[in-house]
Structures are given as structure tokens and as C-alpha cells.
Design a protein around this ligand. Structure first.
Ligand code: ADP
Length: 449
């Protein structure tokens, strides 16, 4: 209260001074001219006029400041207008601060939505685009600036989307083929405010692909297991219902053993794959002698071939590879056993090592076998992909070998390269980066020999 009347005392002082001045001048004039009251009135009116003019000048200055953009400080006056100017300026500065703060919050809010991996689109009550982030613009093939205030259904004409939006039943998300090409979008709509709509879009192409792969994988595993199980069930029934001779019984047991072995190999390959996928990238400081690996592969392959092929394995590489020994062995062995399985008798199989110009290493498994047509090559490392299913199964294949090889190489930063020609043979190359290849130290060599 005291504060709100601060302008009053100066005014009262002005008035008192005017009256005092009028009395003084009146008293003096009265003495000189004998018109005391008239002169007192004239002096009082002049005092009020002076105050009015001063207020008018101050009021005008304040008004000028208010009419402008209020950039500088308000006129610094004393008295009534001084206080008015001060209060107005303070209110304006407060409002400016609030606006700046809110603008900043809005900008932060919009950049957070912009950073979202989901598409966000706001529609007004007439389905006109109010705002959209760049992901939504990408998903719906929109221009985030040019298409603002356009009706969404004029721009996204997919019948599924138009019907969904018009029906107003948004409990279930809409699966929409991606407007920009192959792929699927999941679209969710939520109503808010006064008939406004929030449209959220999510690219689920990868998820759908992974789901399809998982479904295929389960179907494939089931199929692979069901076949030997059916055969086993048949044999069990045969043994149960038919009187078999000793030779027949032995033959049936041998066939049952083969099917059991097939299932065991399949389960073991599946476990290997699961382990490769689930474990951490191998350290780059565990060095394994390549010569040791090649010797073990050579002995396995020689046993599998049983003299049917000419096998040559490069003997002394004096090289060490960084990685997991069991994994590297399994990769080379998989390629080598494939070479034996897909090369007719009398064919040749060769395993070579070569260091490339940039220090990378290359292990090649070359055969003169059946070869692979060009169109199959990109798909060879897919799980259960077989070019010749019956040959694969006859030779104990699971269709998972090259998939395992690819995983091992990926984990070691390498890659698998395949060159092949039907009827002429194949060359499978394991390429490892320079960081995982080194010349063996002398003492390490001695330990291997
Ligand atoms: P599988 O257990 O069937 O051999 P892989 O994943 O090891 O499974 O190989 C996938 C397919 O690639 C095989 O089914 C076979 O058709 C083909 N393949 C692999 N290695 C060779 C090779 N050395 N020569 C010809 N075809 C091969």
C-alpha cells in the first residue's frame, strides 16, 4: 500500500508549494497592487499548468517508448509516470522472458520428437498436416515444409490408410506397405485435443524379415528332425511287428544308427551356431598355429576321403592366426569336408595358404568337384540352403556348414569368398584381416613341430 502510493507525496509537495508560492506572491502583490486573491489564483493555476505540462511530456515519452519495440529502457522519470514506466517495463521484460523460455522448451520438445526413430505426424480436425518430423516425412513420402496444412489423404492415397483414417477405429495399428518401396510400416493413430490426431509410424521391415526368418528356421529344423524320426519310428515298428533274421536285424539297426547320427550332427551344428551368435567377438591376442590347424584338417579329410581323392595340403606356412582355435578349425574343416563330399572319386582337393599384399591372409580350399551354378552362390551361407539336397543328406550334410563358416569369419573380421563353375570345381577362400595374421615366433614353431 505504502509502495503503491509512492507517486502521491511528490504531487502533494507540488500542490503545497504552489499554494505556498501563490500565498507568498499574493501577499507581496497585495502589498503592491491590492489584487491579492486574483493574483493568488493566477499563480495557483500556473502551478497546476506547469505540473500538467510536465506530466504531458513524460506521458508522451512513455507512449513513444510503448509504441516502439521497447528495446531500450523505458523513460526514467520520477513521480507517477516514472512508476508507470517502471512497472510496464518490468511486465514486458517478464513476458519476454516467459516467451523466450517457452520457445526454447518448444524447440527442445520438437527436436526430441525429431530425434525419435518413429515417424510423428500431427493432424488437425480436418486431417490437414499440422506438423511432422523428418522420419514421418520419409515414411509417407512427404515434404515436411511444403506439405504443411495439406490434407493428408490427398498426399497419402493408399486405400488402406484412407479407410483407416476415415473409419476412426484406431484400437489396432495399421500395417501399411511402405510408400517409398519394399517394406512395411506400422501406423498408430491417437485422437487428442479438439479432434486433432497424432499419427505414429514405425518401419517394421527388419522386424518382419527377422520374424519370417525365425519362422522359416523353426520350420526347417522341425522338418530336418522329423525326417529321421519318421524313419526311426518305421524301423521300430518293423522290428516290433516282423520276425527278422539276424542279418536283417543288424541291417535295420545300422540304418537306425545312421538316422540317429544325422540328428546328432544336426543338433551339434545348431548348438555351434547358437554359440557363435551368442558369444563375444574373439580377442585378437590369442594366437593359433595355422600349421597345427592344417595338419588336423588334413588328417580328418584324408580319413573321410578314404583314398578316393588326391589331397594336397600346404605343409609349412609358419603363420599364426589370432582367434578361437576351435572356431577356426571348424571353419577350415567344414570347407575341406564339403570339398570331399561334393567331389566325385578320383577328383583333386587342395588346401593352400597365401599372404596378400596388405598383410591379410587367405586360406583356399580348392576342389575339382561338381561345382555350383552362379545363381546359388550368394545364398550358400543361408541356413539350410542346399544346391543339391539329396547329395547333401546322403553325405551327412545338415545345410548349416557354410552358415557356421560365415559366422566364424564375421566374428574374426574376415570374409568368405566363393568361385565356382558347375562341372569344373569350386574354390572357397577364407580371408582374414592383417591384424589377425602374423609370422610364427621361432619357439612357437618348435612347439608345433
Ligand atoms: P551341407 O551340409 O548341405 O553341405 P553347407 O552349408 O556346407 O551344407 O553347404 C551348402 C550347400 O552348398 C551344399 O548343400 C552344397 O550344395 C553346396 N556346396 C558346399 N560346398 C560345396 C563344394 N565344395 N562343391 C559344390 N557344392 C558345394
Amino acid at each position: 500500500m505504502k509502495d503503491s502510493l509512492a507517486w502521491l507525496p511528490p504531487r502533494l509537495i507540488y500542490a503545497a508549494l504552489s499554494v505556498a508560492m501563490a500565498s507568498l506572491v499574493g501577499w507581496w502583490v497585495d502589498g503592491a497592487f491590492h489584487h491579492r486573491w486574483l493574483t493568488m489564483l493566477a499563480v495557483a493555476v500556473s502551478g497546476v499548468a506547469v505540473v500538467t505540462v510536465v506530466d504531458a511530456v513524460r506521458g508522451h515519452r512513455l507512449l513513444q517508448w510503448l509504441r516502439g519495440d521497447q528495446d531500450g529502457t523505458a523513460p526514467r522519470d520520477t513521480g507517477l509516470f516514472g512508476e508507470i514506466a517502471y512497472r510496464i517495463e518490468r511486465a514486458i521484460r517478464e513476458r519476454d522472458k516467459t516467451i523466450t523460455r517457452e520457445r526454447l522448451q518448444l524447440a527442445q520438445f520438437l527436436s526430441a520428437i525429431e530425434a525419435s526413430p518413429n515417424g510423428v505426424l500431427m493432424l488437425d480436425e480436418n486431417d490437414h498436416i499440422h506438423w511432422c518430423n523428418s522420419v514421418a516425412a520419409e515414411h509417407f513420402a512427404l515434404d515436411a515444409r511444403r506439405d504443411l496444412r495439406q490434407r493428408i489423404t490427398n498426399l497419402v492415397r493408399s486405400p488402406g490408410f484412407v479407410t483407416y483414417l476415415q473409419a476412426g477405429q484406431f484400437a489396432e495399428p495399421l500395417m501399411l506397405p511402405n510408400v517409398r518401396g519394399p517394406g512395411t510400416l506400422s501406423v498408430i493413430v491417437r485422437s487428442y485435443g479438439d479432434g486433432m490426431k497424432l499419427v505414429l509410424s514405425l518401419d517394421i521391415t527388419e522386424r518382419e524379415r527377422a520374424d519370417a526368418m525365425r519362422r522359416d528356421f523353426v520350420a526347417n529344423v522341425s522338418h530336418e528332425i522329423r525326417t529321421p524320426l519318421t524313419v526311426l519310428a518305421g524301423f521300430i515298428e518293423t522290428m516290433d511287428s516282423l520276425p527278422l533274421s539276424e542279418a536283417e536285424r543288424r541291417r535295420v539297426l545300422q540304418l537306425m544308427g545312421q538316422q540317429t547320427q544325422r540328428m546328432q550332427t544336426l543338433v551339434s551344428d545348431l548348438l555351434t551356431l547358437a554359440q557363435l551368435e551368442g558369444s563375444r567377438r574373439p580377442a585378437a591376442d590369442q594366437w593359433v598355429s595355422l600349421d597345427g590347424l592344417l595338419r588336423r584338417v588334413a588328417s580328418d579329410v584324408t580319413a573321410l576321403s578314404a583314398g578316393r581323392h588326391r589331397i594336397t595340403v600346404q605343409a609349412e606356412t609358419r603363420v599364426e592366426l589370432a582367434g578361437v582355435e576351435a572356431e577356426l578349425l571348424s571353419a577350415i574343416a567344414n570347407l575341406a569336408t564339403n570339398a570331399v563330399r561334393y567331389t566325385p572319386d578320383e577328383g583333386a582337393i587342395e588346401i593352400q595358404w597365401r599372404q596378400l599384399g596388405d598383410g591379410a591372409g587367405e586360406i583356399s580350399v580348392i576342389d575339382t568337384g561338381v561345382g555350383i551354378a552362379r545363381e546359388h552362390i550368394p545364398r550358400l551361407t543361408e541356413r539350410f540352403y542346399r544346391v543339391d539336397g539329396s547329395r547333401s543328406r546322403e553325405t551327412g550334410g545338415t545345410g548349416l556348414g557354410l552358415s557356421i563358416v560365415k559366422h566364424v569369419l564375421q566374428r574374426h573380421g574376415g570374409q568368405l569368398q566363393v568361385e565356382s563353375e558347375p562341372g569344373k570345381g569350386s574354390k572357397f577362400k577364407l580371408v582374414l584381416p592383417a591384424s589377425r595374421v602374423r609370422q610364427a615366433a621361432a619357439q612357437a614353431l618348435a612347439a608345433v613341430v
